[in-house]
Design a protein around this ligand. Structure first.
Ligand code: ADP
Ligand code: MG
Length: 336
């Protein structure tokens, strides 16, 4: 559906997107995940034809976004980071205006405007000025304009930034819904959000693709090294003896000893940590010793994200950062 090949973008001599290549297939929800400054907006602006690339190609359903811009752009609905809303207009007026700009006329225009108003649930505010709407409703109006013309691909740049928790839940639900009959790409610097909504995660750090996989696979990739933390009603020496019977336990380190209990950290070479923990359980049961606690210390996607983005010099602090507008003026200029 979308192919991005060797995309590179320099702002002056600053490299913002560094030889990015990936393929987006039809009918999934993709999440661009990366810290602020990773290059997400730059990539999206290029993919939607709003910004030129220094090098590389973007094709939408085979159409080059620069060479065959008209055809390519018809396939995309875009909500930029700063939605281009006209504050003095009402959502209904604004959507008619955008619809006309997209080439819709007459009955089809009316139908489309009604359809996106319904989809984004903004019916009750359709005749209020956009300036009087909450940020959540404004974001819906922004998404509504992206949906006009029923494009195959919907691209949303940080659609939940600056929203309150209830609005965030609503917008996430809307994105999921859109994913049922569109290809959706949205960006976020919040891991849990991407994890919750996407079928595929593209982790972007320093303008490069750090990982591209399903959330589940990314998690699986992290399953080693695995650690099992146990607390047992036994002395350290007894624990060592017992674990000598357990398969796949490669290392035992005593962590805490509060007689008669001992806490230890076990390492396993088994790719399936649950199998390893089963053997630990069985070894204790064979010796008639009580295993009081057993926890699996798995690396999380959070760990991977931090690891991949570490040293990028970018800000990985989530949520709280989201409302501050630290964008350079020049960049806003690009979008206008
Ligand atoms: P993200 O959306 O992931 O936060 P951006 O694509 O906005 O990242 O920015 C990537 C990098 O490029 C950042 O370091 C940003 O400061 C820089 N940048 C973005 N736009 C401009 C611009 N118009 N001029 C100079 N630098 C820019
Ligand atoms: Mg951005």
């Amino acid at each position: 559906m979308i192919s991005v090949e060797h995309l590179t973008k320099y702002y002056g001599d600053f490299l913002a997107v560094d030889d990015l290549s990936f393929e987006i297939e039809e009918g999934h929800v993709y999440g661009f995940l990366g810290p602020n400054g990773a290059g997400k907006s730059t990539t999206m602006n290029i993919m939607t034809g709003c910004l030129s690339a220094t090098e590389g190609h973007v094709r939408i359903d085979g159409y080059d976004i620069f060479e065959e811009a008209d055809k390519a752009k018809k396939l995309i609905g875009y909500l930029p980071e700063q939605p281009p809303l006209y504050m003095q207009e009402t959502p209904a007026e604004y959507l008619r205006f955008v619809g006309e700009a997209k080439g819709l006329r007459g009955l089809r225009l009316n139908e489309q405007v009604e359809e996106v108003i319904r989809q984004t649930k903004i019916g009750e505010v359709r005749n209020r000025r956009i300036s009087a709407l909450s940020k959540g409703y404004r974001q819906r109006v922004g998404i509504a304009q992206a949906l006009l013309g029923n494009p195959k691909v919907i691209i949303l740049d940080e659609p939940t930034v600056g929203l309150d928790p209830i609005q965030i839940i609503e917008i996430r639900a809307l994105i999921k819904e859109l994913g049922q009959d569109h290809t959706v790409i949205f960006s976020s610097h919040i891991l849990s959000e991407v994890q919750a909504i996407c079928d595929q995660i593209l982790m972007i750090a320093d303008g490069r693709l750090a990982a591209f996989d399903e959330p589940g696979n990314l998690e699986k990739r992290l399953l080693s090294p695995n650690e099992i933390i146990i607390t047992a009603d036994a002395e350290p020496e007894e624990i060592r003896d017992i674990l000598a019977l357990a398969a796949h336990i490669t290392d035992v380190a005593m962590e805490e000893k509060k007689s008669p209990f001992t806490t230890a950290c076990l390492k396993t070479d088994h790719e399936n940590i649950y199998e390893a923990s089963r053997s630990v359980f069985e070894a204790f049961s064979k010796k008639g010793k009580a295993l009081l606690e057993m926890n699996l210390r798995k690396a999380s996607l959070e760990d991977l994200f931090v690891e991949l983005t570490e040293g990028s010099g970018a800000d990985t602090v989530p949520e709280a950062e989201s409302e501050t507008d630290t964008e350079p003026e020049a960049k806003k200029e690009v979008r206008r």
